[in-house]
Design a binder for this molecule. Structure first.
Ligand code: AMP
Length: 449
């Protein structure tokens, strides 16, 4: 199967060729023809499967088809809306849209909170065909009469499960109410909880169900290893591993923002260039950290779970769980940062006695035992007893989602939005606390052709 068999036009094929994609991934193979047939889609696919191109390519193709048949307007209305839970993901999807539409006459833009709204307003005013957005800022712009969604023909809800986890259900409903009834809807989710099914019922019209990889079948190209280690020796072991094998690009996960900061500082003291990325970091710091990590200026990025969503680095070789996540699904999301689109990756977890229950939960979810490898010199001291993982380390803050989302995993009704009321929307300071709204990009990037 090649992209040209899928009914994509030459300008899209040219962009794909330039990107170096030789053949579609399984999700792309399945989803592209269905979207081109104008059907609604409910797709089960996690990050790393190529899902973004899976919905972007046919969406561009459909826009291209209608563009040819209609007059090209100077100032286009928003025709495709892609909603994502986090700023990082919005920026990532936006980059993809820009890349794949390189040779097409469309304008795309990315909007999210935590940065100035005026530049985004200005961009939208000029006209945008494809808009990638996080829900809060999108609604802000609509409420200020700066954005009209009444001409949307394609609506994509990306990482819908994460959206619900983060308490965006009310915003999603508000957005839906702003869209015209006649449109094509695509819902992408890594998991299918009852709440997702309810949302799908509400949103989708006779959807085609496409499922490529279940959340509990974690990616086969990822080599997973557990290194048993004592609680107090994790940092030492991490430094040992990085130096021993001369790791150059390592994404390290901690459960808390504080833990991320501390670890990053300690690594720097040991001459391992590092930065932390989480919701309490300023927009500029996050942007810089991610850029430095991507271009190799720093070799370790220490991240909390939500902050890492949307981080997409080609051929990221190593992910380290400095602490296991307290929510098993997060393990799959974390390790999914490596081994993307068929590249090999290694996910290493440093596990102390306190985390054995977390490990059991993860192994149950992925339905496999993770290989345990002891490291010489770091043998576990059997006299150390398990201690409860305290509030400070496991505050339920989801290592960065902080002032909302907290228990939302267990309450996927998603109404525990914490500070994200309408008032907080206008308060970029409070926004900046939310990892979900963080980004490594500057505001309102647009691409026009
Ligand atoms: P996604 O699941 O959309 O986040 O994509 C994961 C990664 O796969 C990204 O780095 C994409 O650039 C890459 N990718 C998407 N489609 C293909 C393809 N057909 N061939 C190779 N890489 C791809």
């Amino acid at each position: 199967m090649s992209f040209s068999n899928l009914g994509l036009s030459e300008p899209i094929l040219r962009a794909l060729k330039e990107k170096g994609y030789t053949k579609p991934t399984p999700i792309q193979e399945q989803v592209i023809p269905v979207i081109l047939e104008k059907k609604d889609v409910l797709a089960g696919a996690q990050t790393g499967t190529g899902k973004t191109a899976g919905f972007t390519l046919p969406l561009l193709q459909r826009l291209f088809d209608t563009k040819i048949s209609k007059n090209i307007k100077v100032k286009p209305p928003v025709k495709a809306l892609i909603l994502t839970p986090t700023r990082e993901l919005a920026a990532q999807v936006g980059e993809n849209v820009e890349m794949y539409s390189k040779y097409l006459p469309f304008k795309s833009a990315v909007i999210f909170g935590g940065v100035g709204i005026n530049p985004q307003r200005a961009i939208i005013k000029k006209g945008v065909d494809i808009l990638v957005a996080t829900p809060g800022r999108l609604l802000d712009l609509v409420s200020q009469n700066s954005l009209d969604l009444s001409k949307v023909e394609f609506f994509v809800l990306d990482e819908a499960d994460r959206m619900l986890d983060m308490g965006f259900i009310h915003d999603i409903k508000k957005v839906l109410a702003l869209l015209p009834t006649n449109r094509q809807n695509l819902l992408f989710s890594a998991t299918f909880s009852d709440d997702i099914k309810k949302l799908a019922d509400r949103l989708l019209d006779k959807p085609t169900l496409i499922e490529v990889e279940k959340i509990n079948s974690s990616n086969e190209t990822i080599k997973q290893i557990v290194h048993p280690v004592d609680r107090e020796r994790k940092r030492e072991l991490l430094i040992h591993l990085i130096k021993k094998d001369n790791w150059k690009q390592v994404l390290v996960f901690t459960r808390t923002k504080h833990g991320a900061n501390r670890l990053s500082e300690q690594l720097n003291k040991f001459d391992i260039t590092s930065a932390a990325i989480h919701g309490n970091k300023s927009q500029g710091a996050r942007t810089k950290a991610l850029a430095n990590f991507k271009d190799g200026t720093i070799s370790v990025l220490v991240a909390t779970d939500i902050a890492a969503r949307g981080i997409d680095i080609d051929q990221l070789p190593h992910v380290v769980n400095f602490e296991l996540p307290n929510i098993a699904e997060d393990y799959v999301h974390r390790i999914g940062r490596t081994g993307r689109a068929g590249h090999e990756g290694e996910a290493v977890s440093l596990v102390c006695i306190d985390e054995h229950d977390y490990l059991k939960g993860i192994e149950k979810l992925i339905d496999q035992k993770i290989q345990k490898v002891k490291i010489d010199g770091f043998e576990v001291n059997p006299s150390i007893k398990a201690e409860p993982i305290t509030q400070g380390r496991n505050s339920g803050n989801r290592g960065g989602s902080n002032n909302r989302g907290n228990s939302s995993r267990n309450n996927s009704k998603g109404n525990n939005r914490g500070s994200r009321g309408s008032s907080s929307r206008n308060n970029s300071k409070s926004n900046s606390k939310n990892d979900s709204r963080g980004s490594r990009r500057t505001q309102g990037r647009t691409s026009s052709k």
